[in-house]
Design a protein around this ligand. Structure first.
Ligand code: HEC
Length: 125
């Protein structure tokens, strides 16, 4: 019985520390973007992300695909959420062309809280 209590107590301790430090325990969602984007205006693999919210799609250096270059929409929170979840689907919806493609792989950031982290980062630039 005593042993069981000890196990329960240490499990509670581990869970307690985990919930206290979720931000430090796992990398922020926007860390993924850095592999291909600068958080400045300078292009890397894709366009620089500084000022992207409110910017017309495809107007910055670094846009590669025909569909993104053609643009026709402005980046806002809603389409950015769709984009960071599944860019390959979002490009079709945003461009209005069911065959449109983008060179940016799906980032699979589909969880609202994770998307909030990325949006907050983009706004802070
Ligand atoms: C593996 C590389 C890669 C990663 C990781 C990546 N992107 Fe991209 N991104 C690209 C490429 C390449 C383009 C240009 C796509 C095209 O031309 O179709 C792009 C384009 C974009 C655009 C369009 C920019 C504009 O000026 O219209 C946005 C917005 C964007 N990415 C946001 C993000 C965000 C936010 C993340 C992180 C959650 C991210 N990307 C992660 C490669 C990446």
């Amino acid at each position: 019985m005593k042993k069981l209590l000890m196990v329960a107590a240490s499990a509670a301790f581990v869970m307690g520390t985990m919930s206290l430090a979720p931000m430090t325990a796992q990398a922020a969602a926007w860390g993924k973007c850095k592999a291909c984007h600068n958080f400045t205006e300078k292009k890397k693999v894709g366009p620089g992300l500084k000022g992207v919210l409110g910017r017309e799609a495809g107007t910055a250096k670094g846009a590669k695909s025909k569909a993104l270059k053609a643009g026709g929409w402005t980046w806002d929170e809603d389409n950015m959420r769709a984009w960071m979840c599944k860019s390959k689907d979002a490009i079709k919806v945003l461009s209005g062309d069911p065959k449109a493609k983008t060179k940016m792989p799906n980032q699979k950031i589909c969880d609202a809280a994770k998307q909030d982290e990325v949006i907050a980062k983009l706004k802070s630039l």
